[in-house]
Every structure is written in structure tokens, then in C-alpha cells.
Write a protein that binds this ligand. Sequence first.
Ligand SMILES: Nc1ncnc2c1ncn2[C@@H]1O[C@H](COP(=O)(O)OP(=O)(O)OP(=O)(O)O)[C@@H](O)[C@H]1O
Ligand SMILES: Nc1ncnc2c1ncn2[C@@H]1O[C@H](COP(=O)(O)OP(=O)(O)OP(=O)(O)O)[C@@H](O)[C@H]1O
Ligand SMILES: [Mg+2]
Ligand SMILES: [Mg+2]
Lengths: 249, 249
Amino acid sequence: MRIIAVLNQKGGAGKTTTALNVGAGLARLGRSVLLADLDPQAHLTCALGVPAHSLGLTVHDALTGATRPAACLLQVRDLLLLPASLVLSGAELDLAAAPGREFLLRKALEDLPGRDVAILDCPPSLGLLTLNALTAASEIVVPLQAEFLALQSLSTLLETVDAVRRRLNPGLAVTGIVCTRFNRRLRLNREVAGKIRSYFGDLAFETHIRENVALAESPGFGQDIFTYRPGSSGARDYLALCREIDRRQ
Amino acid sequence: MRIIAVLNQKGGAGKTTTALNVGAGLARLGRSVLLADLDPQAHLTCALGVPAHSLGLTVHDALTGATRPAACLLQVRDLLLLPASLVLSGAELDLAAAPGREFLLRKALEDLPGRDVAILDCPPSLGLLTLNALTAASEIVVPLQAEFLALQSLSTLLETVDAVRRRLNPGLAVTGIVCTRFNRRLRLNREVAGKIRSYFGDLAFETHIRENVALAESPGFGQDIFTYRPGSSGARDYLALCREIDRRQ
Ligand SMILES: Nc1ncnc2c1ncn2[C@@H]1O[C@H](COP(=O)(O)OP(=O)(O)OP(=O)(O)O)[C@@H](O)[C@H]1O
Ligand SMILES: Nc1ncnc2c1ncn2[C@@H]1O[C@H](COP(=O)(O)OP(=O)(O)OP(=O)(O)O)[C@@H](O)[C@H]1O
Ligand SMILES: [Mg+2]
Ligand SMILES: [Mg+2]
């Protein structure tokens, strides 16, 4: 199983939007997909139309060992979801002293039914939940808005990935960096995207995800972009990104 | 001294942009201003042109008591800055067991020279650094992008503020909620802004900060919007917001 962590400690990079629509896009390409929501905001859970406040078991129970992880799974259309809720915000402190605290998610995923791909949505930090994702993952996808502040955080992120690869997860690969909310009419977006390509070469995906309000609207209907607005530029861009991810095995 | 925490656990809400430009705007209105960067990403420090990686003393030293807080201050044009660096990302775990861990910033600010206003930029989480800001603050300003996912996080944020008011800081007031990156041509932005006004009434600022690429460019030059592009809509909107904040003592 490919386990793809979608992460960037910079807030608002497009992590949840990318996890939702890459998950749904890969399912359309015929892959069996598991989504895991590791953000205490539970936005991926909410964007799939699942009311996070009314959930019984969540990923928090799977991480703390309160229950078998398989018992937390929900089926949402053709996707399996390991949902989150606000309870997860206690995880950083609850699990800080647990032995093997970085391996809890990796262990939990081993208990789940096999899928082709698992996609992990991370919170905007490099704390314990993100470390769990990096330790469980076989690869990472980094969404990023092509603006100055976002570029500053990228080197810290890649240093953290290196440290995880050296100490916790030797096989961790970087599948790619994708520009989100991209507007090619803005010089700033073009310049920053150009810098990414010159610093990181092939790690930069060919596909940019263009600014498209349908992508910001679809979570309000509990739908991915392919269900909500199949003809939109958002749907086309995320399908193109999925094909690139599919090719970069 | 007014101590204004700029916070929202939703990533990319416009916290750093608001802290930078409200700080600079209030200074233009004749107030003496202190800015404190509580985000391990150190984006406020970076946006003021201060290279975070080459700093000696930072807010981390002030919080842990390694040094007198006044020794960490930097003068940047007409602003005083309590800078951050990446070292701060260890604070959540370093300080987790410290007695009175939520009061560390409040104590540190007492050691600093008196100013009219202090503005605290918070990370995208409700962890210990944000709790320190909420405990030290006399009031909060909440920037928010007028989109569906951002609206979901708002109720959790206001519940946390209530809990801090009850247990740690009885005087904590909510000065207002401001829509950032606002585009009145988008129905989504108009609808969400309308919901904020109907749910929160006068807590919603009259001023919206319009989408304006100059606001995303100015940090790349280490400048606030008034220095970088004084005639821009970003400068006009942030000055209008400063006047509203000034009036809402
Ligand atoms: N290409 C796009 N076009 C328009 N809106 C977008 C696009 N991508 C994301 N958005 C919107 O931008 C906001 C930020 O995206 P999102 O919430 O996915 O980022 P995130 O990195 O998950 O944020 P956080 O750091 O809070 O977890 C959301 O309101 C989302 O709907
Ligand atoms: N009104 C605006 N118009 C255009 N760009 C903006 C505006 N406000 C903020 N930005 C840009 O949007 C991005 C997010 O803003 P900012 O970094 O200030 O948010 P934040 O809440 O501090 O993010 P984080 O959660 O990572 O701390 C930045 O690249 C910033 O330059
Ligand atoms: Mg998210
Ligand atoms: Mg910020």
C-alpha cells in the first residue's frame, strides 16, 4: 500500500483540499483509497460531509489503543475514512510520553484492510501528529501556495523529513511539491513557482492547481470536486495531479 | 497597555499579515507598538526583514527564563519586536510541565518597557504558545478567510477563549473578527461574511481586508504594506481596520 502524507506546517497551504481531491481522484482512476484525518480541526472529515461532533470512535481512539483501528473506519461513497474529531487536539500532550510515540499511526494502519493507497491529511504543525504521519508514510506530497511566506517554511519542512528518514523511516520519499491556489496572472505566483522548479527540479509537479472557487465551495456540500463540479478547472487540475502521482510510483 | 492577540487555529487566516500591518498602522496613528512573534515559523520576524536564523536571543529565551525578556527586544523602524526562531517549535514540549506554564508570556511582557499596544502573532494551533498569548492578552482580534472550512473552526476558537476567560484571564475581551483576502465578487465570500455578521453582530469589523497581491509581496521586502505600497487597497483597508481597533478600546 502506498501511504501518502499530505503535509506542510504553513497554514492554509491546501492540505485538506489536496487530500480530499487526490483521494477522490485516485478512486476515479480505479484505486482503492483510505483517507486518514490527523488534524484536530477535523476538516477532512467535515469536508466529506461527516459531522465530526457526532462521531463515536475516531483516529484518536486508534492512536491511543482504546480500540482496534478497524472499528473507527467509516465508508463514505467509494472512500474509507479514519475520521478525526476535536478530541485529537489533546493528542500532542496525551501521547508525548508514550513509548514509541511516533509509531502509533504506523501500527494502527497495519490493522486496517489493505487498500491501494492511503492518504494522510496533516495539521499545520510539525508536532507529534505530523511525525506519526511521516513515520507511517511511504511518501509525501507537499501542497504550497506560491507566495513568499510559504517559501520560507519549505526548507524547515524538508529538514524535518530528512531527520525522520534518518531516524524513524528510512524509506520515506518525497513524491512532489504542488502549487495550489495558483493564478498565473500574478507575477508573485509565477516567480515563486519558478523558484520551486529551480531549487527542487523534478520534485515540483508539472500540474499547478489553479485558484477555483468551486474547490472552496465543495466542502460546504460534503463533496469532493468531481462530485460537486466535474467540469471545473479544479476537477481538471486535481485529475491531472492524480495522473502524475499515479505515474510517480 | 492594550495587549492584542491575533489568532485563529485555522491555517492561512491572515494572522501574520494582520499582526504586521495592524502594528505598523497603529504606529502611523501615533501609538507606540510592540510586536511579539509566537509562531515557530517566525514569519512575523521574517516579514519585518529580520533573518530569524541569525538571531541570538528570542522569545523562547524570554519564555523559559533563560534571559531577561528585555534583552531579546529588537528595534525595527518605529516598532519594537520580540522575535521568534525555529527553536520555539520545542516550546510545546519543553514547557509542558513548567508550573504556571500558561502565564510565562504574561510575566515576560511585564519586564518590557511600557508601550501603548502590544500585538501577539500566534501559530495555527490552540496549543501552549497560543494559550500563553490568550492568558497575557487584554483582547483578541480574529482574522478569517470568508470560506466554508474557516467558518467551521471559529466556534472551537471562541469556546477556547471562553475557557481561558473563566480559568486564566477573566478580563479577556473579543475586539473583533475581520475577513481577510476578501473578494466581494465571490458569492462564497459574501455568504460567509454575511453569516459572520448574523452570528456575531457587532463583533464583526465593518472593514474587510480585500485580496491584494501587494500584501503577499511586502514580506518579501521585509516591509509592512504602508512602506511597500502606500496607495494600495491593502494599505487603505488596514488603516481603516486600525481606526476601528483604535475606536474599540
Ligand atoms: N485551488 C483552490 N482554489 C480556491 N480555493 C482553494 C483552493 N485550494 C484551497 N482552497 C481554499 O483555501 C482554504 C485553505 O485550504 P485548506 O483548508 O485545504 O488548506 P490547509 O493547508 O488544509 O489548511 P490548514 O493549515 O488549516 O489545515 C480553504 O478554504 C480551501 O477551501
Ligand atoms: N488580503 C490579502 N491579499 C492577498 N494576500 C494575502 C492577504 N492576506 C494574507 N495574504 C497572503 O496569504 C498568505 C497567508 O497569510 P498569513 O501567512 O498572514 O496567514 P497566517 O494565518 O499567518 O498563516 P499561518 O497559519 O501559517 O500562520 C500569505 O502568503 C500572505 O502573504
Ligand atoms: Mg487542513
Ligand atoms: Mg502566520
